[in-house]
Write a protein that binds this ligand. Sequence first.
Ligand code: GAR
Length: 217
Amino acid sequence: MSHTSCRLAVLLSGAGSTFLNLHDHIQRGDLDAEIAVVVSSRTDALGLQRAKERGLPCHALGRKAFSRGGQFDVSAYSHALAELIAPYAPRLVVLAGFMTQLGAPLLDRYDTMNVHPALLPDFGGEGCYGHHVHEAVLASGRAVSGATVHFVDAQYDHGPIVLQESVPVLPDDTADTLAARVQAAERRIYPAAVALYAAGRLLREGGGVRILGQVDK
Ligand code: GAR
């Protein structure tokens, strides 16, 4: 019987380091998945350029055409996005620094995952991205931060948590040094979470996620 790997639609808005990490894992044979399409919410995103350089099918779907009077139409954008990726038949939508809220038409059709640079449910939500997150963590005086992979629902940085990895916040940390430590955790848990999904080992139940076949310690 021929083997079909898990087809991914990767959505990004920025530099694309999250996308590169996933693609590197796939190319090394460490992650049994394939990137079927990359979509950027910005035409000038470095991540889009990088995906083109790697020979992947790429599209840009800007937010401008979906904004009226300063109001962004989440539903219309999500519908257009779902239509755009449908021909690539993805099994999972993977957010890789995608800075746009998504809604029903896309989220109803596709399981969607996100990685966030903090231990959700703390330090998430609109405006809580990139360095803002790490600055907020440092200002709070917490001794621990980390990274979270979760399934996406209609709220920003919200939904059933798949994996988390904590890292220490050190006394002399700056947002940069903390970001680097958190990013290293992201680089480990995002491919791991996608691999669990691809292997059919994630069961969503009661607002949470159960990992099938996990040995309790
Ligand atoms: C990632 O580090 C991710 O944690 C963060 O955006 C970065 C994207 O970097 N995502 C969020 O803050 C989601 N709320 P990249 O553009 O280099 O992949």
